[in-house]
Ligand binder design. Structure first.
Ligand code: PMP
Length: 363
């Protein structure tokens, strides 16, 4: 073995050496419908003003450590209950790993749980932090299996349980009573994180339930709302709990450019909310036209993407790729997703390119 191979095997954990990286395909020249981004940019006059603000940002200084202004805007504009604060992250990805690091205790088996199929970063963050990940299968219609969840909670006593609301990759909202039963069953022994990354497209939220549920964390992001490039996630929880996670947060984790851009965008949140409304309407239209195609099953979605099942997802994805359209073929991810494709809802033009390729591939 070479020096570098020996170095890696002497230093890097075996479970890290054995996995593949989080693969993001090169998208240049492609219609990008694989990452649940908002296709619309801020209007030109706002971009010009944002440019002036960014030019004035003091890049020689660390960000203001308290993030007080940004946090106040997040709390005001994004429905955080009175008396509750937020913890900010470099995307919600960072918040997931902060929570895993804080809960991965060494004196006994620390478990993270989530219904599966789920967002892949839950299991990855658990693994990297040294927690065991227990996935509890959703039913075939992607609803929560309440009995199986409660049994798994009793057996594994997870410290952290993630419920994405709506779920990625399935797109549906779980039944709120099932979620409340899970939160009650976790009780003092475990924290339930309701991950509302797709909240702007769902118009349902657990944020207002924070005061009634002291073991609840609600996590959100600006990514899907139209600011994926700035990487800002936030979470709220009982102040004493948030304080614990705050200790694990790397200092200055939200950079000055993100801070400046986010403060500016939150002052113009109505523009982003309007774009989300346009995408919700487009979702309904795309879902209806796809559902009318013979052989295509469209699952209900409260997110900015659709999960569809086609007769042969490998073939449809190959044809999409040939037309320079990127989507996610979910078929290999999980048994219940056989022949399923996840597609971001985009502009009318991009949606119709997707639709036309799917339609032609069925002929
Ligand atoms: N949670 C869920 C359910 C997601 O699907 C994603 C993004 N794909 C994230 C969190 C992470 O979002 P970000 O890091 O961009 O805030």
């Amino acid at each position: 073995m070479s020096f570098i191979e020996n170095l890696i095997s002497n230093t890097i954990r075996a479970d890290v050496r054995d996995i593949g990286g989080y693969h993001v395909p090169d998208a240049s020249g492609y219609i990008k419908l694989d990452a649940m981004e908002n296709p619309y940019e801020l209007p030109e006059h706002l971009r010009a003003e944002l440019g002036r603000r960014l030019a004035a940002a003091m890049l020689n200084r660390y960000p203001v450590a308290s993030y007080a202004t940004l946090k106040a805007k997040v709390c005001q504009q994004l429905g955080v209950p009175a008396g509750y604060d937020v913890l900010l992250g470099n995307g919600s990805d960072e918040l997931i790993s902060i929570m895993a690091m804080a809960c991965a205790r060494q004196d006994r088996r620390a478990v993270m749980m989530a219904p599966v199929p789920a967002f892949v970063m839950f299991a990855r963050s658990a693994q990297f932090a040294g927690m065991d990940f227990v996935g509890v299968p959703l039913r075939a219609d992607f609803t929560l299996d309440r009995a199986a969840m409660l049994a798994a909670i009793a057996e594994h006593r997870p410290a952290l349980l993630f419920l994405a609301y709506p779920n990625n990759p399935t797109g549906n909202l779980y039944d709120a009573d099932d979620m409340l039963a899970i939160i009650a069953a976790m009780g003092e022994n475990g924290i339930v994180v309701v991950d509302e990354a797709y909240g702007p497209f769902a118009q349902h939220s657990f944020m207002g339930r924070l005061p009634a549920c002291p073991n609840l964390v609600v996590m959100r992001t600006l990514s899907k709302l139209g600011l994926a490039g700035i990487r800002l996630g936030y979470m709220s929880a009982a102040p004493a709990l948030l304080e614990q996670f705050e200790k694990v947060r790397p200092p200055y984790n939200v950079n000055v450019l993100t801070q400046t851009a986010a403060e500016f965008a939150l002052d113009h949140i109505a523009v982003l909310n309007e774009q989300a409304a346009v995408l919700r309407a487009a979702r309904g239209e795309l879902a209806a036209s796809l559902a009318a195609l013979p052989g295509v099953e469209v699952f209900p979605s409260a997110a900015n993407f659709l999960l569809i099942r086609v007769p042969d997802s490998d073939e449809v994805c190959a044809k999409l790729h040939a037309r320079k359209v990127l989507v996610r073929n979910m078929s290999k991810m999980h048994g219940v997703l056989t022949n399923c494709i996840r597609v971001t809802v985009s502009t009318p033009e991009e949606n119709s390119v997707f639709f036309d390729v799917v339609k032609a591939s069925l002929a």
